[in-house]
Design a protein. Sequence first.
Length: 451
Amino acid sequence: MAKATMYFPPDFKWGCATAAHQVEGNNTNNDWWAWEHVDGHIRGNQKSGLACNWWGDGFERDMEYAVHMHNNAHRLSIEWSRIEPKEGQWDSAAIDRYRAMLTLMREHGIEPMVTLHHFSNPLWASERGGWESPDIVPLFERYATKAVEALKDLCDLWVTINEPNGYAVGGYLRDVDPTSVAIAQNAMPPGKDGFGLALNVVDNLMLGHAAAYHAIHRAQENARVGVAHHMRLFEPYRSNSLLDRWVAGNRDRLFNQLILDAMLRGRLRFVKRVRSLRDTADFIGLNYYTREFTKFDRHSLLEAALGHGVIRPGTEMSDGNYGELYAQGLFRLLKRLAQTGKPIYITENGLPDADDDQRPRFLITHLRAMWRAINENVPVMGYYHWTLTDNFEWAEGWNLRFGLVELNPQTQERKMRRSGELYGEVCQRNLIDDSLVYKYTPELVDTLFPG
Ligand code: FCB
């Protein structure tokens, strides 16, 4: 067997990513909790319930796994509805809990990246129309200022908004794409349907991001602020079909490029210039899961422009047809993002795989794709695997298991998966070598280390 080692840069950040509503439990005061309690919204009418019990002792328990895996970073979100339970009222006990969490991370050398908005809204804000109206922008800005003032001695790396595109598609384009996989299928609150509405929501999210970006920099001199942007690799189903290429290109523009153009060039809907939005990314956060093939479809006006997603025969998919395992997509998107000149964090990357038979291979191939990009001078600063412990996967409930650690939500029992051991070895040694590949994914040795 050939000997070879892929080294990662010194100071590289290794961690996992989580979101408040998916892990904390008993988040009773937000729109997601209300949404879950309506029959038919979540697969099998499952509930987040206690989730991973992070509001109890689950956070402390999960951090032991992060420490065991030698993580030196972790991305988590704070819950607006806990910090500001009623409009203009602040809960100091909630802030203290987050301070205790960040302090524990710091004690273990785990650098926090804190997300201010990860899909959930306080009930009072969603009752006011949520992100459908620009009225939410100053409210979000005030919350961001409050949060950063309260936590700035413990954190200087911030994500304003998680996946503005995913939020708009999930909440405002219900069933636009019934044959597609993953997020496009997931109905999220408020479960509305309208293309114009979805665009308004993206506009307001990006204005909220810009307002928070400037507020955070006013509150903290050394802050680094960005968005966690979900990008998918859209490809034509039939590569020689002009129509398939056209619809794949449209999806790419609307899902991927729209958000980049907003935060980098200060343009809403590609044309409307907003000065305060220009260059509001100190880094690009990339959430990468999969590629999607798109096929032209003349059914409705929207489908004519956007086509629909198709699974190619013979494609290896993760659990529940969530997505194709396609590591090369990560490399290609990183190369594309390198053109922005911004540092990049991979803020999410993972797959649902309850029996952990694909995850070891997923990890090795995706980390190798990232390594290749770094070797071509793409400034990737860190990698946050989605996710640490199995958690409440939105509309999919507990059906999809993304954790490096397995969780029984009823008993709160945890068990490290083999892929967690693998990830721990990579994080500890800051490299991948042939013996590691041989140990965890012998089937990859010949392709990764030929000769
Ligand atoms: C992303 C979300 C995250 C999680 C993963 C699987 O789109 O940001 O909360 O649900 O998908």
